[in-house]
Design a protein around this ligand. Structure first.
Ligand code: ADP
Ligand code: NAG
Ligand code: NAG
Ligand code: NAG
Length: 398
């Protein structure tokens, strides 16, 4: 330890906190553990269904042309897949996630299971096929254009609902607080979704793009996190804000919809009950512009601007009682921005945590943006994902 600890009381204090946290984790007795479980984690079981695969990442100085032979500047072989990543993030933040997916009994499959397990994700409901191949993805991270190009090979044979036995389904759902779908394995997800509905467990869906079976999952859902293009692809509305209004009209069970916009941050529309409403009716695109103008563009840390509840009107679409929130992303210095692979998954992992701990929405958006931004500082979807005691999250978690 090169730091002179006696010279700086602050460093000493921080060091003491870090050391006591890690000693607590290593040496906590079973009794301590049980107290910890019943005070928090018992209520924080999340069941996720979707993709878990292996990522072969290569960072390159500039993207190759066909037939080029180039070298990587760095590489990593690491677990990936939307559900695998989001649940890894959730586990590191302190939830108890259970993943339902399928891998094959090959070296990739074993690696996927070992890595998830080591991160605290319950892998006991994952189906392991004797034959076939586990899903894997080649990812080229280009330092010049700041893009990440993915070539995905799905797992084979694909998961079918019959792969999940009735007893495993019931046991997986036991005491679950929240169910999460990444939109893959939609037939299995639908069976899980119906069981969640019977039990009154809320569902959150990652709507990345239009996929077979996604609409029936959205019908069952309470929350949705969308890619930039999804709301308009789903509704054919002329703007993101009007598309969010249209989504909430089409999907009456949705409590809030978030759309993430990369370094531009995110927008959320929360449905309001009629008794909370200001009587005034207001155009949703105008309200969004007004909120954007209030944004503090000098802040480097993620922020959130929220409106009161109004009757929000989208021209030619309709009106809905709701509140609009605009979240900013962290301004990451370009020297620290390594790889945005999995930023959306990290964001959702943090949203899972925020819902389970009843975090206020004004705090949820900057928290999720902060978790995602921490994850962008390392190669791969998971290497940089923060843990609950990370000092960069301290202002949100204490
Ligand atoms: N370049 C970036 N700088 C800062 N934050 C980012 C950056 N890219 C993504 N994020 C954060 O991650 C969130 C999700 O990113 P996004 O790119 O929209 O998702 P996806 O990974 O699914 O494409 C954003 O809302 C933002 O908070
Ligand atoms: C990435 O690009 C930046 C300039 O944008 C450069 O300074 C840095 O050396 C590059 N890193 C690698 C690994 O190519
Ligand atoms: C996986 O394959 C190994 C041999 O490579 C075998 O010993 C093991 O029983 C197989 N497991 C399953 C679940 O098929
Ligand atoms: C942002 O910074 C500019 C100058 O750097 C300053 O004029 C402006 O008032 C600042 N805005 C806020 C909201 O702090």
């Amino acid at each position: 330890m090169a730091v002179n600890m006696h010279a700086c009381p602050l460093i000493k204090l921080v060091f003491f906190i870090i050391m006591s946290c890690s000693f607590h984790n290593i040496w906590s007795t079973p009794t301590n553990h049980r107290i910890k479980m019943s005070s928090s984690s018992d209520h924080h079981i999340v069941v996720g269904c979707g993709s878990a695969c292996l990522d072969y990442l290569a960072a390159v100085a500039s993207y190759p042309k066909p037939d080029d032979k180039i070298r990587s500047t760095s590489f990593k072989v690491q677990g990936g897949g939307n559900a695998g990543n989001a649940l890894t993030c959730a586990a590191r933040l302190g939830l108890n996630p259970r993943l339902i997916t399928k891998v094959a009994n090959d070296s990739q499959g074993n690696g996927i299971l070992d890595e998830l397990h080591a991160d605290g994700v319950d892998t006991s409901y994952i189906v392991v096929s004797e034959e076939g191949n586990s899903p894997f993805t080649y990812i080229i991270v280009d330092n010049e254009t700041r893009t990440r190009t993915c070539i995905h090979t799905p797992g084979d044979p694909p998961m079918v609902p019959e792969d999940l036995t009735e007893s495993n389904l019931l046991s997986a759902m036991s005491e679950a607080r929240l169910v999460y779908f990444d939109g893959r394995l939609h037939e299995t997800a639908f069976v899980i979704g119906e069981e969640a509905k019977r039990r009154g467990i809320p569902i959150i869906v990652d709507a990345e793009r239009k996929r077979e079976g996604l609409n029936s999952l959205l019908d069952l859902s309470s929350y949705v996190v969308c890619s930039k293009s999804f709301p308009q692809a789903f509704t054919e509305a002329p703007s993101i804000a009007s598309a969010l209004v249209s989504m909430l009209l089409k999907l009456p069970n949705i409590k809030f919809a978030i759309v993430t916009l990369g370094e531009e941050g995110c927008i959320m529309l929360e449905r309001s009950s009629t008794e909370d409403l200001r009587s005034k009716e207001i155009e949703v695109d105008e309200l969004l512009e007004k909120l954007k103008q209030e944004k503090d563009n000098n802040a480097t840390a993620p922020t959130c601007i929220s409106s009161s509840a109004f009757m929000l009107r989208a021209k030619g679409i309709g009106t809905i009682g709701g509140r609009l929130l605009v979240g900013t992303a962290e301004k990451i210095p370009s020297s620290e921005l390594v790889d945005t692979t999995g930023a959306g998954d990290a964001f959702i992992g943090a949203v899972l945590y925020a819902i389970c701990t009843n975090m206020r929405l004004e705090k949820l958006l900057p928290f999720a943006a902060q978790v995602a931004a921490v994850g962008c500082r390392a190669l791969g979807a998971r290497s940089g994902l923060p843990y609950h005691d990370d000092l960069r999250l301290a202002s949100f978690l204490r």
